[in-house]
Design a protein around this ligand. Structure first.
Ligand code: SRM
Ligand code: SF4
Length: 571
């Protein structure tokens, strides 16, 4: 933060969060991580390092299913690391895939690869002794996990629609450029994990600053009409404006975010606000301006109130906008009209305008592992061995095999069929999502990933009963109010409250532009099912023919729409 900015009336005064001290004293994210790595007495990281390793893309976890048992046996929890890769736009080569696949089997406790809803993958269950090996393996294949967690800009998303293949390539290049531009410049990552000890004269963080951002920061690039990246969950969004099939610029939307704390009315989910249109050439300058404003004005005294959405509400849109114009040396133009019509992935084959074929595979909750009845992980690896193009991970936790030439299509399809990767999946299942939750997430309050598959079957049965099984409802479950499963943007969202208990939210819309309102609090699965059953019955009888569930419950007044989340979410 500069002298000038410290004096700004928009800086929140007060006692700084301890996270600020940790960053300040970390020597540009080094802490004593190296010493901890050598400590064989414990499988964990100690003191400040617990938080600092997150900047390097890692979280310390333990298996919560066996935590109590281990405590009873007077053992320390079975600590391991979850590592999240940086993969702008979700693009990964098939050779890289084969390497991470092999690694997951050989060196992780759970043996899985978990696709996340931010277009990347996570390894769960890396033991401390294998961490350096993991980073070296990633480095060798051209990947890293820098800045995929903590108070930095996270993995940059871009629409993965394979149909617009040429446009996608352009937007993907921009996502990559943005991600690289906003990376921390510290050499700590290379030093610790790659043993790269190049001397730097003076270490600096020209964009992020010595204490980095006040909180996490998330960016998307969206190609309408598909809002597959769920832009309203993000701090900064570039909505691509296309004229005559060419990208001409972007509408800028700022201040989305979904997390709340149960019963804390100072927290709220928020959809992003439209700021206006910018030229492509200004993209990097504008992103730098927004991120440095958030760096300087974001709340460092209360992490629950630190995301851009809160900064924006506190300083006001006009001040925020003026400051972007000053810092990026530009003027916003009025936004171009655009329309969002879909959010899900198009599962199956699609021919792109480049005449190549793209196969989107449905991966339930993004978990890639071999199942007793079908060898999902093995099948994807087999495709990787036989395909020269890339894979692309989607923000709906699915995987796309991109750019298959016409003469290779049958071969790829035969492998997919052999391993059971192409199945008849209901529209309801395709449009449902859960976060990871138990057993690895330390913040989980209720099940999500392990709960959803059977729950969907129950919802499918209800829909069949009322004759609406040709329709679907965007359904999402998130194990706690942090909202990783984006339930706040669902037509039906469950938000974990305690083991077996959820808050039931309804009234989001199909395209993800409206926040879902709480309808029932702290209820068990049987109560959830009976509530949803009544609502679906009513929708089936009284809804208009083409009316979606979320719009129906709003139209007939079952819940009031959340129009201005900062003020009316809790009402
Ligand atoms: Fe998340 C924390 C998993 C997308 C909001 N999230 C976590 C942690 C790391 C728990 C922790 O802090 O120890 C979870 C690890 C679980 C595990 O065992 O793997 C976790 N979040 C995930 C993933 C894997 C969910 C998934 O099933 O795909 C997603 C990884 C994305 C990625 O690749 O970077 C994931 N998290 C999200 C999203 C959705 C999105 O970004 O589109 C949100 C809501 C949007 C938003 O940011 O407002 C989200 N996660 C959070 C929060 C609350 C942030 C806040 O503003 O308060 C936390 C807790 C925190 O940061 O303190 C959190
Ligand atoms: Fe964990 Fe909560 Fe995020 Fe689910 S929503 S992954 S339970 S932090």
């Amino acid at each position: 933060m500069t002298e000038k900015n410290q004096k700004s009336p928009f800086v929140v005064k007060g006692n700084l969060e301890d996270a600020e001290r940790i960053k300040y004293q970390s020597n540009y994210l080094r802490g004593t991580i190296l010493q901890d790595l050598d400590n064989e007495l414990t499988g964990s990281f100690t003191g400040d390092n617990f938080s600092l390793i997150r900047f390097h893309g890692m979280y310390q976890q333990d298996n919560r299913d066996i935590r109590t048992e281990r405590i009873k046996q007077k053992l320390e929890p079975l600590h391991s690391i979850m590592l999240r890769c940086r993969l702008p736009g979700g693009v990964i080569t098939t050779q890289q895939w084969l390497d991470i696949d092999k690694f997951a089997t050989a060196k992780t406790i759970y043996g899985s690869i978990r696709l996340t809803n931010r277009q990347t993958f996570q390894f769960h269950g890396i033991l401390k002794k294998n961490i350096k090996l993991t980073h070296k393996m990633l480095h060798q294949i051209g990947l890293d996990s820098l800045a995929t967690a903590n108070d930095v800009n996270r993995n940059v998303l871009c629409t993965s629609n394979p149909y617009e293949s040429i446009l996608h390539q352009k937007v993907y290049n921009l996502a990559k450029k943005l991600s690289e531009h906003l990376l921390p410049r510290t050499k700590a990552y290379a030093e610790i994990w790659w043993d790269d000890h190049k001397i730097v004269e003076k270490e600096e963080e020209p964009i992020l600053g010595k204490t980095y951002l006040p909180r996490k920061f998330k960016i998307t690039i969206v190609i309408p009409p598909n809002n597959d990246v769920d832009l309203h969950a993000n701090d900064l969004n570039f909505v691509a404006i296309i004229k005559n099939k060419e990208l001409i610029g972007f509408n800028l939307l700022i201040g989305g975010g979904l997390s709340i704390e149960h019963n804390n009315h100072a927290t709220y989910p928020r959809t992003a606000t439209d700021f206006g249109y910018i030229e492509i050439e200004k993209m990097i300058d504008v992103a730098t301006a927004v991120i440095t404003i958030q760096r300087d004005w974001g709340n460092r005294t209360d992490r629950k109130n630190a995301r851009t959405k809160y900064t924006l509400e506190r300083v006001g849109i006009d001040h925020f906008k003026k400051e972007i114009e000053i810092r990026a040396d530009m003027k916003f133009k009025p936004s171009y009209p655009y329309k969002l019509t879909t959010r899900g992935d198009r599962i199956g084959w699609i021919k792109g305008i480049d005449e190549k074929w793209h196969l989107t595979l449905f991966i339930e909750n993004g978990r890639i592992i071999n199942h007793p009845k079908y060898q999902l992980k093995k099948g994807i690896a087999e495709i990787a061995k036989n395909h020269r193009g890339n894979f692309r991970l989607t923000a709906n936790q699915n995987l796309i095999i991109t750019s298959v030439p016409e003469n290779k299509k049958l071969h790829i399809e035969s492998i997919a069929m052999k391993y059971g990767l192409i199945n008849k999946i209901s529209a309801q299942r395709k449009n449902s999502m859960a976060c990871v939750s138990f057993p690895t997430c330390p913040l989980a309050m209720a099940e999500a990933e392990r709960f959803l598959p059977k729950f969907i079957t129950k919802i499918e049965n209800i829909m069949k009963n009322y004759g609406v099984n040709n329709r679907y409802i965007v359904l999402r479950v998130t194990g706690c109010p942090n909202g990783c499963g984006r339930a706040m943007l669902a037509e039906i969202g469950l938000i974990g409250k305690a083991i077996g208990r959820y808050n039931l939210h309804i009234g989001g819309n199909r395209i993800g532009t409206r926040i879902a309102r709480m309808y029932r609090e702290n209820i068990k699965e049987d109560e959830i099912i009976s509530n949803i059953s009544k609502l679906i019955e009513c929708w089936a009888k009284e809804g208009y023919k083409e009316e979606n569930f979320g719009d129906f419950v709003i139209r007939i007044g079952i819940v009031k729409p959340v129009l201005d989340p900062a003020r009316d979410f809790w009402k």
